[in-house]
Design a protein around this ligand. Sequence first.
Ligand code: SF4
Length: 106
Amino acid sequence: MTILKCSATTCAYNKDMLCSRGEIDVMGDSARSADETSCGSFRERSQGAMNSAKNGCGCETIQIDCKAHNCTYNEDCKCTAAAIDVAGNGAKTCSETKCDTFQCQC
Ligand code: SF4
């Protein structure tokens, strides 16, 4: 599984820059740059998503379903990168996050 570091500390699932969700969906169907990707699983902390996150630990590895087909690490909608960085400092919505490890094979 992929090692995930995430800077979206405003996300309900973020625990010490790790994700506690267990699996995430990365969006970016037609993305050609990291800016066109986003973490579809982002939930702002204040939106009451804490309940669903309360049992999760901040695990280092995570299952990633990824729609960014143009990424070199994307194989059949799974991320094959050893480690990725999700960026989203101060994010309030999914669209303010991105997969910084995205590399276009275009
Ligand atoms: S590195 Fe590529 S395949 Fe992996 S999550 Fe990021 S955009 Fe998707």
